[in-house]
Design a protein around this ligand. Structure first.
Ligand code: CO
Length: 505
């Protein structure tokens, strides 16, 4: 078979798999947004059947096609990268015995159930045996994948290809020091008033405003939609159907706005993947950190900037004439960037958020590498919160039990949230090098140029490269957390009015 025919066959096979993935994604979306509650058990069976068929197709159809493409000489560079990526993915997946996959799935669903009850009752001891079982299984999974330095490297690779503990330790140790220093400076500054953001506002008007913001950002409703859900998320059934959700709370308008902006960033990535490559690795997002870098870019680099706040303020005022009466643009900007050490990760600000993540990362590593026993975890958590954020944890519900990730086996996932912010800052610095200041681009309503830059440099590359490779291609160097820290420092200096830190060299 000539290489071109083999490649076309391989692409067709991956398109069929993508069709099944889209059907699964749609069933999942429907389950969250539309499905009557009583259909839950039936839907679980339907999802399992479809996922099983997909897996079968993947295991039987793909290997001969990859074998037929063994001779890569006739392929062009992009084709070679696609095939190489499929080959690595397949090799990794086939290293897990079916029995372990089934057990991980079961442990995840039982774990989540146990976690929900334990969190409700703030009863860590009830959850501990489930956590021990999950950690055992994750260690076995790491053994199957294989690793050089630590089993945690193998788990990280599931979410962020190529990322290692050695790299993360370097990023996070520096980040922890810098952010704690910045937090203490902020705590000496003038805390902005933010209570005026918590007014009861009609939900229908909030909803309309989030749609207006989507329109301003360039969301194309011909290829996407927004719905409501308790936990905002985004999903895609191919690049022509990208869906997001937002959360409406009666007394917190800007929560909905910023959650919409965040999910818009995720949706734009999916929307801009190259359609001609549908099914291929080139048409899949590269990694979780890169995905999050897109949402954080729009939410924080764009959305929490002074220029953006000034830009949407007139619209905000006409939509909520009473809400902002007597408040200046500066007061709004400062309120939106208030920093406060607090207990819950998902409610944390742009600075303290990463201290929450660093704590989880360190604990995950210690648990997986066997330096920490599950029964010691709540104590280690509370000590870490005191050390990193300077606060006392009143109970496990608002402490070690707050997040779902560990119960469902998502170990190595948390670090990608912080990496997303770090990459976002690096994209912003590069955009400013090439297109000029982001503030000016926003003021002059030139966001189309920003979207085009992101599409060309990042989105259209899909997963041909790892996050680190792409970062080096786009910015000329690997991730540099200093860019994030210094940009945040200069913003917070404006917000809190503390003086620039004297440079020590
Ligand atoms: Co996100």
């Amino acid at each position: 078979m000539p290489a071109s025919t083999a490649y076309a066959e391989y692409h067709r096979c991956l398109s069929r798999l993508a069709d099944l993935d889209a059907a699964l994604a749609l069933l999942n979306w429907d389950q969250e947004i539309m499905m009557p509650k009583g259909a839950g058990p039936r839907r679980a069976g339907q999802l399992a059947t479809l996922a099983g068929l997909r897996h079968q197709l993947y295991l039987t159809d793909l290997p001969p096609l990859l074998a037929a493409l063994e001779d890569a000489a006739e392929l062009d560079e992009i084709q070679r990268l696609n095939v190489a990526r499929s080959r690595t993915d397949f090799a990794k997946q086939s290293r897990l015995p079916a029995e372990l996959v089934a057990e991980l799935t079961r442990a995840a669903s039982e774990g989540q159930f146990a976690w929900e009850a334990a969190k409700e009752a703030s009863d860590f001891a009830a959850f501990a045996p489930f956590l021990e079982r999950i950690i055992d299984l994750k260690r076995r999974q790491a053994d199957c994948y294989g690793f050089e330095a630590t089993p945690y490297d193998a788990l990280l690779d599931d979410y962020e290809r190529g990322l290692t503990v050695a790299q993360l330790d370097a990023y996070f140790d520096a980040l922890a020091g810098d952010l704690r220093q910045l937090l203490s400076e902020v705590q000496q500054g003038q805390t902005p008033e933010a209570d005026f953001l918590r007014q009861v506002i009609d939900e229908e008007r909030q909803w309309k405003f989030t749609l207006e913001v989507l329109d301003l950002l360039g969301f194309d409703a011909h290829y996407g939609r927004q719905d409501r859900s308790a936990h905002p998320f985004s999903t895609a059934m191919g690049m022509e159907d990208v869906r997001i959700t937002t959360r409406l709370e009666a007394d917190h308008l800007l929560d909905a706005v910023y959650s919409t902006i965040h999910e818009f960033g995720h949706a734009l990535y999916e929307r801009n993947l190259p359609p001609e490559a549908y099914g291929l690795p080139q048409a899949q997002a590269s990694s979780l950190a890169l995905h999050e870098s897109q949402s954080r870019f729009w939410e924080n680099e764009v959305g929490r900037s002074r220029a953006f706040v000034a830009w949407i303020e007139p619209r905000l005022r006409s939509c909520f004439p009473d809400g902002l009466r007597g408040r200046s643009t500066d007061e709004l900007f400062r309120a939106l960037n208030r920093v406060e050490a607090s207990l819950i990760r998902t409610q944390a600000d742009e600075l303290t958020y990463h201290l929450h993540i660093i704590l989880r990362y360190r604990l995950e590593k210690d648990l997986i590498e066997g330096r920490l026993a599950v029964r010691q975890l709540p104590e280690a958590w509370n000590a870490g919160m005191k050390e990193l954020l300077g606060i006392d944890v009143p109970d496990d519900r608002r402490g070690v039990l707050q997040d779902v990730h560990w119960s469902i086996g998502a170990w190595g996932y948390f670090p990608t949230y912080s990496l997303g912010s770090l990459y976002a800052a690096q994209w912003r610095a590069q955009i400013e090098n090439e297109l000029g200041s982001l503030a000016t681009l926003i003021e002059h309503e030139r966001l189309a140029e920003v979207r085009a830059w992101l599409r060309e440099r990042i989105h259209s590359q899909g997963s041909l490269y790892t996050a680190d490779e792409l970062c080096r291609r786009v910015t000329g160097r690997s991730l540099d957390p200093d860019l994030f820290v210094s940009a945040l420092r200069s913003k917070l200096q404006t917000v809190y009015g503390f003086s620039p830190r004297p440079s020590v060299s």
